[in-house]
Design a protein around this ligand. Structure first.
Ligand SMILES: *Cc1c(COP(=O)(O)O)cnc(C)c1O
Length: 482
């Protein structure tokens, strides 16, 4: 070995750097969870931040490891900060970060059993835990995969395999297939359709009602229109919940429609599927057990770092067909080999995701998930009440989940003016680093969008945010006064 390689693999160095890093991260967490002193987002424009990192290239090969982490922490968004209320990314429970460290060092590849034996059987236990919470029977099964986007694609490929009138995997097709999905569904569902080659015509968007839930009363008309247009509809995708507003579609109604027409019923529960672990909110996803396939992200509402997504099929056998070429399929008939995961997953090499979930189950048990989801969904309702107390603020919809959208309104402004004002408010807030929130557009109207991901966020922080929104709104609307 060269001296450099000896140095790079030296356990004593690792021990020393590791101890220093854990101390650093624990200090960071302590400060961050109390809200600073640092801002939630240290805003720098992309070019400025790039120049800053490029400027340190002359230190390559010389700099010490912990100074790198110091700089990285200082220049990253802080998800554990109680003012973090933006995208649907969890502040991971610290134990899961330790599991991630172990996963990174062991680096078991997971494609075949011997390349990840323990993580593979733990994955089966994790999936079984999710299966039971969903309410699926013993015959259900699935696996973990890299994100809700990939899981939805995998589920749709499986649906195509099971429902198309030909073996598209083998022969390709020129036939027009389609799925039906709410117009408020996550964009990845549409992307899935386009990846499969069905084009714009392959996505039939079902309108939503005032609560941003799919209008299931329109499913029949959309379906008849699709047939008249010469399409074969493969599936209906229900959102549990949708991304913009956290609205839950009526899964029971979608299931009944799918059964009546022989369609695949898929539930995108990437965000809100986690309610199956709660007592108080599981009814929001009533009917989820009727789906043919369900996606739940652990890295959104179940406290793990990205990416850890469960994809569970009501009939576990279905999952073996997705990527099966003919010969493999026949062979798999005699031996399902649940333990050789790459037969069923999009990935070949895969992270040891299961241990990030299992470490929570083993240390805290299932009640932890209930506590987390329930706390944040409760907080969403509390936040909505605070918004409604302020006459200048308009709530988009009563929140079902921990996603709360609202906007600031001045009297007698046009939609365009209101949109510009709320975009301006959001940009000013982000650049201030005081709070992190995002925005969304609903029926052509721009709303400030918050996802309450942090159980350390309390009513006090929510009041501070609303004060700051109102303060910022005046600065944006009347810059000459400011
Ligand atoms: C976040 C989200 C996705 C995408 O999941 P990733 O894990 O980010 O790939 C899909 N659907 C819904 C409803 C989501 O909220």
């Amino acid at each position: 070995m060269t001296p450099l390689l000896v140095q790079a693999y030296d356990p004593a160095t690792f021990r020393q750097q590791g101890h220093a890093l854990i101390d650093q991260l624990a200090d960071y967490l302590e400060r961050d969870q109390q809200g600073g002193p640092h801002p939630v987002l240290p805003w720098l424009a992309p070019e400025a931040l790039l120049a800053d990192w490029e400027a340190e290239a002359d230190q390559w090969g010389k700099a010490d490891l912990n100074s790198f982490f110091t700089k990285l922490l200082a220049n990253s968004i802080h998800i554990h900060h109680p003012h973090y209320m933006g995208h649907q990314v969890s502040g991971p429970a610290p134990a899961t970060a330790l599991a991630s460290l172990v996963s990174a060092l062991l680096n078991n590849g997971m494609a075949v059993y011997e390349m990840g034996a323990s993580a593979t059987v733990i994955e089966r236990i994790v999936i079984d835990t999710l299966r039971k919470a969903i309410g699926f029977g013993e015959q259900a099964g699935g696996f973990l995969t890299s994100g809700g986007t990939l899981a939805n694609l995998t589920a749709m490929l499986c649906a195509r395999k099971q429902k198309a009138n030909e073996d598209v995997w083998e022969t390709g097709t020129r036939h027009q297939y389609a799925i039906m999905v709410s117009e408020e569904a996550h964009y990845c569902v549409e992307r899935t359709v386009r990846i499969m080659g069905w084009g714009t015509a392959g996505v039939i968007k079902v309108p939503v009602d005032d609560a941003y839930q799919m209008r299931t009363d329109l499913l029949a008309a959309c379906y008849q229109q699709a047939l008249a247009d010469g399409k074969q509809v493969i599936a209906v995708v229900g959102s549990a919940s949708s991304t913009s507003t956290g609205s839950y579609d009526d899964l029971g109604a979608i299931s009944a429609f799918c059964q009546a027409h022989g369609l695949w019923f898929h539930v995108d529960g990437a965000h809100g599927g986690a309610v199956v672990f709660t007592e108080k909110y599981k009814n929001l996803a009533q009917g989820i057990h009727l789906a043919d396939s369900v996606v739940v992200d652990f890295h959104k509402m179940l406290m793990t770092p990205a990416l850890v997504t469960g994809l569970v099929f009501k009939n576990g056998d279905d999952s073996y067909h997705t990527f099966a070429q003919k010969a493999q399929y026949l062979w798999a008939q005699t031996d399902r080999e649940w333990f050789n995961l790459a037969k069923r997953t999009f990935e070949c090499t895969k992270l040891m995701m299961s241990i990030k979930v299992y470490v929570l189950l083993r240390t805290y048990g299932l009640p932890l998930f209930d506590d987390y989801v329930t706390t944040l969904y409760d907080l969403g309702r509390q936040f909505a009440q605070l918004i409604q107390q302020r006459p200048r603020l308009e709530l988009a919809v009563a929140p079902q989940a921990n996603i709360v959208c609202f906007r600031y309104l001045l009297p007698d402004v046009s939609v365009a003016e209101a949109n510009a004002l709320n975009q301006g408010i959001r940009q000013a807030i982000v650049e201030s680093g005081r709070f992190y929130i995002v925005q969304t557009s609903l029926k052509g109207r721009v709303y400030l969008r918050t996802t309450l991901m942090n159980p350390l966020t309390t009513e006090a922080e929510l009041i501070k945010l609303l004060d700051y929104v109102e303060h910022t709104a005046l600065l944006v609307a009347f810059p000459q006064v400011a």
